[in-house]
Design a protein around this ligand. Sequence first.
Ligand code: BGC
Length: 262
Amino acid sequence: MASTPHRPLGIDVGGTGIKGAPVNLEKGDFADERLRIPTPENSTPDAVAGVIEEIVDNFADQIGDEAIGITIPGVVQNGVVRTAANIDRSWLDYPIEDTLEQRLGRDVTVLNDADAAGIGEWHYGAAADLTEGLVIVTTLGTGIGSAMIHHGVLQPNTEFGHLELDGENAEKRAANSAREREDLSFKEWSKRLERYYQHLEFLLWPDLFVVGGGVSKKSGKFLPRLDIRTPIVPAQLLNAAGIVGAAREAHDRAAGKGAVRP
Ligand code: BGC
């Protein structure tokens, strides 16, 4: 009997859940059912590393010696977490990649969550046809994440969610959490999104915007309202993008051709 091929594992560390699945790189989707474990209340790096270990153990047979990719909702520079806008401050300057490699005894790639989603969408989703030009993938969630890919090359850690918009941090005004917190209608929220995307296009002149995050499932309620010059489309991998992109990046890095670093 032919043995099942080993699959790289993607793990997405979020504010409420830590989710992982082995990824089929030919198709860009999950090779098995996703496992979700609630993020520990005291979400220190050590506590989160414990959950990551549990997820890795759960899929050990399927991963074999394949790579592991992990997303973090903050700037990740050479495997070190540099910002903690919506996560515990103890993550600041934490060398998460080295720590996990020692703890798990295998190669680990850690990258920003939106960068991972961008890689997923670029390889398998809404930006898959854009081999030339500039695509900006934004994720609208608790914060606003961004990934910038030019001619297939990712510029990591762009952090466009923290641009100033009408005197405020953009994600405080325009993230999906602002819509929920202020109980905005989709019409009201669209006005803020319009200002945000107009600001991005004024600075960067992209060829395509891709809009991800859980709320992109309802994109019909807000994307058609945006009067901007750049084509703007919903993400296709929805909340699988981060896991798929992280697994892909970890696999590519092991082969010496990662988008974030080789
Ligand atoms: C963080 C980004 C992250 C985004 C989405 C922002 O607050 O600064 O690094 O990608 O939230 O989680």
